[in-house]
Design a protein around this ligand. Structure first.
Ligand code: ATP
Ligand code: MG
Length: 406
């Protein structure tokens, strides 16, 4: 697991309170305060905390004893994961009225020693209390209690039977996922991110797109999780918000790490990294490989999408089932997502469109290797594809220009 990084620590102190979530009224600790927009005075129609209050959502408020009981006292036997926030347990909760069947859930317990913390916990509750999409994990409720034994912050989610995309791509003890399922997963994840960027009154920048945050339900439907770092995007014509860079090494966009300028295109960059992880079955950074192979994005540059050795990047576990046309299309898409200049990166809407085409390529079983002509921007890919579609040219004979590799 790659660790999250915080280059500048947030000094804002949380206000301690009772069992519910009084902190959510405190903008200082909201996790998405928008004090540092790249312009002066900007008025918002609605902020996430406001939407959260208005929605009168149905999040359940759990007591510490309920969640202790649900996890057999946070038994190590029920621990299913560990991240920067703390440990994750499988648990069983009773229905709100105490009658009827119990329900299996995942319970995340804040590690009070951790770098991430209360602020992210509040952001997670607020964002997931407002957001609603089939490709986002469902938050069932939370627990906040402060007492002699310190602060307790927990989150209760729907249980994802198939863990995360990370587990299936990189953990040799977990069965791998076939080519078509990989495509469906990445398309679903892209649709989730498109919803965040374009489907709400406010734009939401996810800020932590990585394979461990793509959870998989019993049918391998992807669900984005972990909104602790999410932020509201810039308003109006502004290109970015300025913020202390936080995220995960290997996934964060270079301009964001260097300048703190955050935009939806930072998420698109992270998406490009995960696309290459999905194609190659390799992690963004793998310290136990030869030096030349440790950084996935450097390694794949040797095997360009239009080159004859492209298949070298394909995960050996799916070599006999992948569709080369779709794979090359996806590698080009990844390259455009990874463009150095954020403006040259596609929108998630465009990403979804290309992935749908790739899925069609895979479904039609085409294995034609595309010869490519010269071009450098993502718009060319979209434009040429649309143009060819209009002309009635099927996916197997489409030509896709090369996207710039940065
Ligand atoms: N709702 C859930 N259902 C089932 N398993 C889950 C659920 N949420 C998390 N997990 C498991 O717990 C693991 C740890 O999750 P967590 O989000 O705490 O950390 P992470 O994503 O690995 O790292 P980071 O904290 O840096 O984001 C996940 O990879 C997944 O296997
Ligand atoms: Mg996570």
């Amino acid at each position: 697991m790659l660790k999250c990084f915080t280059i500048f620590k947030d000094k804002s102190k949380s206000r301690r309170g009772g069992r519910s979530a009084p902190e959510m009224r405190n903008k200082e600790t909201s996790g998405n305060n928008r004090a540092t927009k790249s312009t002066g005075s900007i008025s918002y129609s609605k902020s996430i905390p406001e939407m959260y209050r208005e929605k009168h959502h149905n999040l359940r408020v759990f007591s510490p004893s309920e969640l202790k009981e649900a996890t057999n006292g946070f038994s190590r036997l029920l621990k299913i994961g560990e991240g920067g926030f703390g440990s994750v347990y499988k648990g069983r909760i009773r229905p709100p009225d105490g009658h009827g069947d119990t329900m299996i859930v995942a319970i995340k317990k804040l590690n009070t020693q951790g770098l991430q913390g209360h602020k992210e916990w509040v952001a997670e509750v607020q964002f997931l209390g407002v957001l609603d999409h089939p490709s986002l994990v469902k938050l069932i409720g939370y627990c906040a209690a402060d007492g002699e034994r310190g602060i307790q912050r927990l989150l209760v989610y729907e249980y994802m039977q198939n863990k995360s995309l990370e587990d299936h791509l990189f953990n040799r003890a977990v069965p791998t996922i076939p080519w078509k399922t990989r495509l469906q997963i990445i398309l679903g994840a892209a649709q989730g991110m498109m919803y965040l960027h374009e489907g709400l009154e406010v734009q939401v920048i996810y800020r932590d797109f990585k394979s461990s945050n793509v959870l998989l339900d019993k049918d391998f439907n992807p669900k984005l999780s972990d909104f602790g770092l999410a932020r509201e995007g810039p308003e109006g014509d502004r290109s970015h918000v300025s913020t202390a860079p936080v995220g995960t090494y290997g996934y964060a966009a270079p301009e964001y790490v260097e300048t703190g300028h955050l935009s939806s295109k930072s998420d698109v960059y992270s998406f490009g990294v995960v696309l290459y992880e999905l194609l190659s079955g390799r992690r963004a950074i793998e310290r136990n490989r030869p030096v030349m192979e440790q950084k996935l994005l450097d390694w794949v540059k040797q095997f360009p999408a239009d080159g004859r050795n492209f298949s070298m990047i394909i995960d050996p576990r799916i070599l006999n089932q992948y569709a080369p046309t779709a794979a090359r299309r996806m590698a080009k898409l990844a390259d455009s997502c990874l463009s150095k200049n954020p403006n040259n990166r596609p929108t998630m809407n465009q990403v979804v469109e290309i992935l749908q085409q790739s899925l069609q390529d895979s479904e039609s079983g085409t294995s034609t290797l595309l010869r490519t002509s010269e071009s450098s921007t993502f718009n060319d890919i979209v434009a040429s594809d649309k143009h060819l579609k209009k002309m009635g040219v099927g996916p197997s004979t489409r030509q896709i220009p090369i996207a710039q590799r940065t």
